[in-house]
Ligand binder design. Structure first.
Ligand code: PXL
Length: 266
């Protein structure tokens, strides 16, 4: 289905604080000029300091939202974020497989900045077995890459090995984000053939809430705009770096990014 504006869907959790989750995704979609839609998996009561509570939706209602959007408006690209539990991971994987949506970016969200779990521990196996084979790109940070691969990442070599191990689970490509390591913020993209490194200076900031959400949403938006994967990653990383640099002083904890920034190519 061809449309006059690219249609991009986020399947994720709501962050009442507006910095991460569905809210970060929709702000990012707007920043890149694509039409954003949302399938809500869970609602968090949350601010910049902590998660006060989480309520999940039923897998059936997650599926109903997806079917409603897909049957009428259509979807050019999707990103998945917080999926909460194994049943939701399974239904999202099944729906994505049967949909044939060309670009699927999976941010394998597991734990919030403050340490609260956003994905049940027993859902990680479901993610490996059912969801990863159904996606174009998966974007783990270091702890998520360790969990998905079973490999402790303490060196550049271990990071590459983890990327290969995750790739073997079936996604089109893997982007391991090195933001949790020391030194420059180096991300490594592995598409099954080649490793490509994306390097940016590290910005020391506590205003990094929603960074992963924003990054994966930007990649989905740019794949929908027709950019090749490497270009989509490059512009998305530049956007996230600028959005951290220009972040507003909001809240007493991990503040949100500034989604109004512009970078070249937007
Ligand atoms: O950044 C991961 C994330 C994803 N989704 C929701 C969140 C968070 C982090 O707090 O709240 C809803």
């Amino acid at each position: 289905m061809e449309a006059s504006i690219q249609r991009v869907l986020t399947i994720a959790g709501s962050d009442s604080g507006g910095g991460a989750g569905i809210q970060a995704d929709l702000k990012t979609f707007s920043a890149f000029g694509v039409f954003g839609m949302s399938v809500v998996t869970a609602v968090t009561a949350q601010n910049t300091t902590r998660v006060h509570g989480v309520e999940g939706l039923s897998p059936e209602f997650v599926a109903l939202q997806f079917e409603a959007v897909l049957s009428d408006i259509g979807v050019d690209a999707v990103k998945t974020g917080m999926l909460l539990n194994a049943e939701i991971v399974r239904v999202v994987a099944d729906k994505l497989k049967e949909s044939g949506i060309p670009h699927v970016v999976c941010d394998p969200v597991m734990v919030a900045k403050g340490g609260d779990r956003l994905l049940d521990e027993d859902a990680v196996a479901m993610m490996r077995e059912k969801l990863l084979p159904a996606v174009t790109l998966v974007t783990p940070n270091i702890p998520e890459a360790e969990s998905l691969s079973g490999i402790p990442i303490d060196s550049a070599r271990a990071l590459k090995k983890a990327a290969e191990t995750i790739h073997a689970l079936g996604p089109g490509a893997v982007l391991v984000k090195g933001g949790h390591l020391k030194g420059d913020a180096v991300d490594v993209l592995f598409d099954g053939n080649e490793f490509v490194r994306f390097t940016d200076i590290r910005i020391d900031s506590i205003r990094t809430h929603g960074t992963g959400c924003t990054y994966s949403a930007a990649i989905a938006a740019n794949l929908a705009r027709g950019l090749p994967l490497r270009e989509a990653v490059r512009i998305s990383k530049a956007f996230v770096t600028a959005a951290i640099r220009e972040a507003y002083p909001l809240g007493k904890g991990h503040g949100p990014l500034n989604h109004f920034v512009r970078v070249e190519g937007m």
